[in-house]
Design a protein around this ligand. Structure first.
Ligand code: OGA
Ligand code: MN
Length: 307
């Protein structure tokens, strides 16, 4: 049986003892993120350990495990403790766009290689090089992923950090006026396979994956409300004019990206990072394009977003 000793604060980490291992949870910032030590992700985990990780996830949104030597198979097995694996959502719509998400070495439909590496002139994975704006993974789909897992296999000498913003904090920071303005409203999320460009509001929707989600989302497990809007894919707030949209959207993006809500992860090789897509947005900083970067991603299928 696991014993859970719960303390708070940066200097006195939570600690749990599943079986003989001692699991420790140490917050990484005042916004979100916690490092977990004392768990070997290559092994079968007890239900107590899985429950302790899930609790830490609900508490901290982003979990970091360092120094894991995990195979693709082990990564998928670990992720499966938290739900059904989510397939790459690239079999939709426009074949031209699909190609851009189709790496030559992505041979398992549940795995996405996040990489700028090319072999014989062809990308081995997705998302290439450069900065990526804040986004929600598959936020343009009816069922956005609940969770995403990324494992670092090759890293550039500098940059390529992943930033996570706590969207519960963003919601809580909204004025009463803004909470009332957006209550019961939806926003259009469009995927144009861009990384750091605004989506075209006039995009022909038949050519791009898209979905209307509530602007505010209530988390199925924590019951907390978050802001479900991001700069990369949220194209329009329903029920407002074009002029209102320009001002209102920028205001919401900026609230979601306040530095005090963000944990920035500086990757080390063998880092395994997992986050909750329902209450966090994430972005990537620039890195030297001529240097290789490779991460292995998988995700857990989600459900419709409810306010
Ligand atoms: C992702 C993603 C950012 C990164 O895998 O979903 O947004 O740091 N990755 O490469
Ligand atoms: Mn992403």
């Amino acid at each position: 049986m696991a014993t859970v000793m719960k303390t708070t604060g940066m200097k006195t980490p939570d600690s749990t003892t599943p079986g003989s291992q001692t699991m420790k949870i140490t917050p990484l910032s005042a916004a979100c993120g916690a490092e977990i030590t004392g768990v070997d992700l290559t092994q079968d985990l007890t239900p107590e350990t899985v429950a302790a990780i899930r609790q830490a996830w609900n508490d901290h949104i982003v979990l970091v495990f360092r120094g894991q030597k995990i195979t693709q198979e082990q990564q998928l097995r670990f992720a499966s403790y938290f739900g059904n694996l989510g397939k790459r959502k690239n079999a939709l719509f426009n074949p031209e766009l699909q190609k851009r998400n189709h790496g030559t070495q992505q041979n398992d439909p549940n795995v996405l290689l996040v990489s700028n590496i090319k072999e014989n002139g062809e990308p081995i994975g997705a998302f290439g090089e450069g900065e990526m704006w804040f986004h929600i993974d598959s936020g343009y789909a009816q069922n956005p992923y609940n969770y995403t897992f990324l494992y670092a296999l090759e890293l550039p000498s500098t940059g390529g950090n992943t930033q996570f913003s706590n969207m519960y904090m963003a919601y809580d920071a909204l004025s009463q006026e803004l909470k009332e303005r957006y209550a019961g409203r939806k926003a259009l999320h469009i995927h144009e396979y861009k990384r750091s460009e605004k989506v075209e509001i006039g995009t022909d929707l038949s050519k791009a994956p898209h979905y209307f989600h509530p602007i505010f989302s209530t988390h199925a497990e924590t019951g907390r409300k978050s802001l479900f809007v991001d700069r990369l894919m949220t194209a329009r707030l329903e029920g407002f004019t074009k002029e209102e949209n320009e001002v209102y959207l920028e205001e919401l993006y900026e609230i979601g990206e306040r530095p005090e809500f963000i944990y920035e992860h500086k990757w080390q090789l063998d880092d395994f990072v997992m986050w909750d897509n329902r209450c966090a947005i994430h972005a990537r900083t620039w890195f030297p394009p001529e240097e290789r970067r490779l991460l292995r991603r998988c995700a857990i299928e989600g459900a419709p977003i409810h306010e």
